[in-house]
Ligand binder design. Sequence first.
Ligand code: PGA
Length: 259
Amino acid sequence: MLMSGKATKKIIIANWKMNPLTQKDAEKLFNAVVKQARFKRAEVVICLPYIFLDKLKKLSRKIYLGAQDAFWGDTGAFTGEVSAAMLEEMGVEYVILGHSERRTLGETNSLINKKLKASISAGLLPILCVGEDSRGADHAYFAVVRKQLQECLKGIPKVLISKIIIAYEPVWALSTTVGRHDATPADSLEMALFIRKILSDMSSQKVAKKVRIIYGGSVNDRDAEDFIKFGGVVGLLVGKASLDAKKFGNIINAAESNY
Ligand code: PGA
């Protein structure tokens, strides 16, 4: 099983969401990313639709594969679900949990909590997404993120919290949000510090220090380097730009250049 490595190791994660349409296009995009990037020290993960996982895992060992959700039961009468245990059996290493698009579909913090626990015990490395829908002058968004963290991580042993990657994704900055606007590396830095403080209160300073915090929200090949340098994060979760091999390759290379 892949280990998370040093806290300073950079990690670039693609979230392909429900793309592309065909297996052929998935292979083409995957192979193009392999050609485009340097793959020296940064960890590169692509989180893709379940149906492409089996084929793509055979194409390259440079890229780790992840799913975009995982159910909490191992096996059983849960029509339509795919479990964390099944994914692990298949050779998947990472799983995105609690993405805002899934929260919009009705996923709650307590459901995410069950999925997190199942994913950790199956041996997957979860990427937990947190982030507020909007920001007001009253700074209530800190309380939103605190609640997400407290409820999603409830009952998870301290030592296991260090295995979870926390992705701060302000929903107002996602490329698909209507009326969106850009978040800045300063926004990311401020929240990364806050997240680490919450984690420290919930576990210990030592554990909180080990947790990898990343940023996501319309990251592209023009601002990736700034987020990595000044955003207080060790990596990025990339949606739209990850569907363009050249852009995603440049984002990986930006991480490679910042050690
Ligand atoms: P975006 O998506 O980069 O297209 O904003 C990020 C995400 O939703 O994970």
